[in-house]
Design a protein around this ligand. Structure first.
Ligand code: OGA
Ligand code: MN
Length: 197
């Protein structure tokens, strides 16, 4: 669906301003409750697979690095379509304000069960990846554990995000190292990337 005719909501303009200034923005209660619940139900019913490390031919399972289970969104349900439409709106706003030339978005459901983690990593390396901007949206609330720990470019702890349903995080993929701390209870999210291809 084309979203070019939709007016840009005020929260999105503000979010992109913050992102433009700092390369990172955390947006609580961005997904509405009904959409979040539908996506959560889909994630809970989906047959998620152990996530790999690396890309293409080099993709390997490595439970010392990451232990989440994932499944790519294919836009086959109304809820996924609604989520991907929101990402398209964000892509358009980011391209307008930050001149990023983003061409598309890919996203997967992810589940971290008790004890699962994802060690500190970057989602992209300058000049070696077409992943430009990372999005993470949380689908359920957790009391403790499973926090997203983000580090600064010089590797100092910068900010911790506690997964709460509807919170959306955006950051530059090649700029901020980050990790998922061990989950204490099951944690569902959608992680995605805006790319230039
Ligand atoms: C990832 C990732 C963070 C999170 O999937 O690459 O860093 O909070 N996810 O789920
Ligand atoms: Mn990551």
């Amino acid at each position: 669906m084309s979203v070019s005719h939709l007016p840009e909501p005020a929260w999105l303009a503000t979010a992109i301003e913050t992102f433009y200034a700092s390369g990172l923005v955390v947006l609580p209660t961005t997904l509405d409750t009904a959409l979040c619940q539908q996506l959560l139900a889909e994630a809970q019913q989906a047959s998620l697979q152990p996530a790999g490390v690396g890309r293409g031919q080099a993709l390997q399972l490595n439970p010392e690095i990451r232990r989440d289970h994932t499944l790519w969104l294919d836009g086959s349900t109304a809820a996924q379509q609604q989520y991907l439409d929101l990402m398209a709106q964000i892509q358009q706003a980011a391209n307008r304000r930050c001149f990023l030339g983003l061409t598309h978005h890919e996203a997967h459901f992810a589940r971290y069960q008790q004890g699962d983690f994802y060690q500190k990593h970057l989602d992209a390396f300058v000049g070696r990846s077409s992943r430009m901007l990372t999005t993470v949206c949380y689908l359920n609330d957790v009391d403790s554990g499973g926090e997203l720990q983000i580090y600064s470019e010089d590797d100092q702890p910068l900010l911790q995000v506690k997964p709460q349903a509807g919170t959306l995080v955006l950051f530059e993929s090649a700029r901020f190292p980050h990790e998922v701390l061990p989950a204490h209870s099951t944690r569902y999210s959608i992680a995605g990337w805006f790319r230039i291809d």
